[in-house]
Design a protein around this ligand. Structure first.
Ligand code: ADP
Length: 456
């Protein structure tokens, strides 16, 4: 690998001959291998302009995306390679990592095995372990908390997609500022319309939730629906984009229409960056059309079209979101969903454990050793501890309560997901781009005034 002086020379050379494809590709690969992800991405994009079909450049760009947690963007970049039969095992491996990042373990496993069958040198034991089928957990992952049972309230005529949320803000630990922002934006206009009207405010528009993967964006959106007593429709934008051209537009329209039929309704779009990244890729006319349709649906055909439909969107990579999405009446409010601090981690653990048989618990002790863990990581810790306990209970022939030590043991053997890496990426993007104040909420985390020590 190059040292910094070598990298500097390479940058200089590329600057002097911007059309030299091999040089730019080499620079991009070097940046990638040294972890300068945002800069690598920019170089790969520049190389892609010079050679739009170059599989190495596409794969490099996709890797830069994956390492920045922009999984939707990675999948859309890889699309042409994956569509070509028998092509590019590296692309398949990257697709596996992106799908895993999106939570599609089965899809990821398929891609991974496909890649390794074509090129055994790509085998990655760490990745393979994360793709191995997990033994069934004793508790369903989205178990409704006691007292707020899941109601099968979806309108059968709408298929199974509009759900009744069984969770409310009481099930979301910490994040008081975030909840307050959502209450103001989403809930009050619906709960107290006269008050809002009196101040000349109109409900509408959406809120963009952003933050590291697993920090609770989806959980929060579902809770907002429960808090409001609204139906909840969750859509992975990457899924819509993966459908064939014409029908993906039909699907998008049908989704908005379903939300309007189920009002009040929270319509949640995950991975909006997938759409935004494609818009910048102007080569794909149909994608542009889809983006425009998305924006048109958001704007509504008439003033009342989206009344009672609250649109939330989530992304791990907010810097890819086109400014067109942020115009007034669209996603004009961005809310940062931060990684939890120690108090929030203790509160999350308390919520995750509350329907389990427990000994006397010291959640603060567990919070202390889980610096850098997000909600999803903590859920993983609890699930694994419960599983072990279940096995012990079966051997003992009686139910054994979960203890603090059980959680500590699993936590200490677990590596958190990459919050640190995410904050590093965020830093690259926003440090010198906060003139409008759009990233004010994120700034204290970027410049180290907030957040834990040690692992992130
Ligand atoms: P994201 O959408 O940001 O990737 P999720 O909402 O999928 O993250 O979070 C993963 C899981 O972590 C949730 O299903 C929930 O069980 C748990 N979780 C995350 N944050 C919280 C929180 N603040 N309170 C309670 N549980 C949480």
């Amino acid at each position: 690998m190059l040292d910094d002086a070598g990298l500097h020379a390479l940058r200089e050379a590329a600057r002097l001959s911007p059309d030299n494809l091999p040089l730019r590709r080499h620079l991009a690969e070097q940046l990638l291998s040294k972890g300068y992800l945002a800069e690598a991405e920019a170089e790969f994009r520049a190389a892609l302009v010079l050679s739009p079909q170059d599989p190495d450049v596409i794969a490099g760009l996709a890797e830069a995306f994956v390492r920045q947690s922009a999984y939707g963007a990675a999948l859309s970049a890889l699309e042409p390679l994956l569509a070509a039969p028998g092509h590019a095992p590296r692309a398949r491996l990257l697709a596996a990592r992106a799908l895993l990042g999106e939570g599609d373990v089965a899809g990821a496993a398929r891609r991974y095995h496909d890649a390794v069958a074509r090129d055994p040198s790509l085998a990655d034991p760490d990745l393979a372990a994360r793709l191995a089928p997990q033994p069934a957990t004793p508790h369903p992952p989205q178990a409704a908390p006691s007292g707020t049972p899941h109601s099968p309230g979806a309108d059968p005529a709408d298929g199974a997609e509009a759900e009744r949320s069984g969770v409310t803000f009481a099930d979301v630990a910490g994040m008081e500022a975030v909840k307050e922002a959502l209450r103001m934006k989403l809930l009050l206009p619906v709960q107290q319309p006269e008050l809002f009207a009196a101040f000349g405010k109109r409900a509408g528009g959406g809120v963009l939730l952003y933050g590291p993967p697993g920090a609770g964006k989806t959980h929060l959106a579902r809770a907002a629906a429960g808090e409001l007593g609204a139906a909840f429709i969750s859509v992975g934008l990457a899924d819509i984009l993966d459908m064939y051209i014409g029908s993906s537009e039909r699907n998008l329209r049908a989704t908005f229409e379903m939300a309007r039929r189920n009002r009040p309704c929270v319509l949640f779009f995950d991975e909006v960056d997938a759409l935004a990244a494609r818009r910048s890729d102007m080569r794909q006319a149909h994608t542009r059309q889809l983006v425009n349709q998305f924006l048109a649906e958001l704007d509504g055909v008439d003033e009342n079209a989206n009344e009672g439909v609250l649109v939330l969107a989530a992304t791990n990579a907010p810097w890819y979101i086109d400014v067109a999405f942020r115009r007034p009446g669209r996603f004009d409010q961005m809310v940062f969903v931060p990684p939890p601090d120690a108090a929030a981690r203790a509160a999350i653990l308390r919520i995750l454990c509350r329907d389990k048989p427990l000994a006397e618990m010291d959640f603060d002790a567990v919070a202390k050793v889980t610096d850098g863990f997000v909600g999803a990581d903590l859920k993983g810790v609890v699930d694994r501890a419960v599983e072990t306990k279940l096995h012990q209970s079966i051997s003992a022939g009686r139910p054994l309560p979960l203890t603090t030590d059980d959680l500590l043991a699993v936590a200490q053997a677990t590596r958190p997901t990459a919050v640190k890496e995410w904050l590093g990426t965020a830093r690259n993007y926003v440090l010198h781009a906060n003139d409008s104040g759009a990233w004010d909420e994120l700034m204290p985390w970027i410049d180290g005034k907030k957040g834990g020590k040690g692992r992130w």
